[in-house]
Design a protein around this ligand. Structure first.
Ligand code: NAD
Ligand code: LMR
Length: 326
């Protein structure tokens, strides 16, 4: 973990909950959050194993307090939390799409969101559980139903797409990933993932077949891991890294740092006229969460085509999430 990733100013520290803390993502994510100086208390909840994970992580020599909560202690786990990260739910096996997880994960996410809306309605909610294109609208609609929806507080974590785009581009052009900061817009599955390589100095040069391969690898990077794990799940370690990275951006912004801008999937006006009212683009984060939603900027003709392919798929996924709650 790079030192750059975590701010050293810990003026107003924050209580953070992880729901699904016993899982493949939840465990390493909890470990990484334990290392973040902006976290004052970590509340670890799962239907299985959270007290054990909490006992283990609590021995790490940083000041934050760690508590674990068993299946029947969800409301206790959510008391006083300002940030809730949700990696609860089932992962894919080879041959499955993220949408195939909907039947299981939609109700898990809806029920967790309902509890957050009851206990900590002003919390910032970071949704990792797939299908993100649908689970984020599920959380938003659940909050809406409870009369506590604040669009500045609900985020789909798409940072793994950004991490992949940066790493894969760096490998193609022989640069270091820190020089390859690629905005990734749209959603989080297949054709809805739209990397904008033209918006990085070093990415502009990639064209033709190498460009097409690079786009495909970012859009289907998740499948690469699912296939390699061969039935044992999907990305967990890189996802924990990405989740911790996004949580750090939000924590820094909540604590007053200016100019924190990163892609994330939020309630967005950018393509609402096309019926797509959740969309990932570069978002400026501030003390209340979403501060400014940036448009996608100048696109190349190839990127314009990717965006056109993204929108109809994304609309279907969003509508499915909303219909589930309605
Ligand atoms: P996992 O099966 O290893 O862990 C999931 C955990 O959720 C388990 O510990 C399980 O007990 C827990 N859980 C199930 N129902 C729960 C409930 N009602 N309340 C609390 N906890 C509950 O799975 P994983 O590999 O950690 O993946 C979790 C989710 O994250 C999957 O849906 C996966 O597709 C998704 N994911 C998203 C991204 C992304 O980029 N957003 C990346 C990777 C994985
Ligand atoms: C990923 O992109 O790795 C995750 O969404 C998990 C998956 O199912 O691919």
């Amino acid at each position: 973990m790079s030192a750059r990733m975590f701010s050293s100013s810990a003026a107003r520290r924050t209580k953070v909950a992880v729901l699904g803390a016993g899982g493949g993502i939840g465990q390493p994510l909890s470990l990484l959050l334990k290392q973040n100086p902006l976290v004052s208390e970590l509340s670890l909840y799962d239907i299985r194993g959270a007290p054990g994970v909490a006992a283990d992580v609590s021995h790490v020599d940083t000041p934050s307090v760690v508590k674990g909560y068993a299946a029947d202690k969800l409301e206790e786990a959510l008391q006083g939390v300002k940030v809730v990260v949700i990696p609860a739910g089932v992962p894919r096996k080879p041959g499955m799409t993220r949408d195939d997880l909907f039947n299981t994960n939609a109700s898990i996410v809806r029920d967790l969101a309902a509890a957050i809306a009851r206990v900590s309605p002003s919390a910032h909610v970071l949704v990792i559980s797939n299908p993100v294109n649908s689970t984020v609208p599920i959380v938003a609609s659940t909050f809406e139903k409870a009369g506590v929806f604040d669009p500045a507080h609900i985020f789909g974590v798409t940072t793994l797409d950004v991490v992949r785009a940066s790493r894969f581009l760096s490998q193609v052009i022989g640069a270091v990933p820190s020089e390859c900061d690629v905005p990734v817009v749209g959603g989080h599955s297949g054709a809805t993932i739209v990397p904008l390589f033209s918006q990085t100095k070093v990415g502009k040069a990639v064209a033709g077949e190498p460009y097409a391969k690079l786009v495909n690898r970012v859009q289907f990077g998740g499948d690469e891991v699912v296939k390699a794990k061969d039935g044992a799940g999907s990305a967990t370690l890189s996802m924990a890294y990405a989740g911790a990275k996004f949580a750090d951006c939000l924590l820094r912004a909540l604590n007053g740092e200016k100019g924190v801008v990163t892609p994330t999937f939020v309630k967005s006006p950018l393509y609402a006229d096309k019926g797509v009212d959740f969309f990932a683009s570069l978002i400026e984060l501030g003390p209340n969460g979403v501060q400014k939603i940036n448009p996608v900027g100048n696109l190349t003709p190839e990127e314009q085509k990717l965006l056109e392919a993204c929108l109809p798929d994304l609309k279907k996924n969003i509508d499915k999430g909303k219909a589930f709650v309605a």
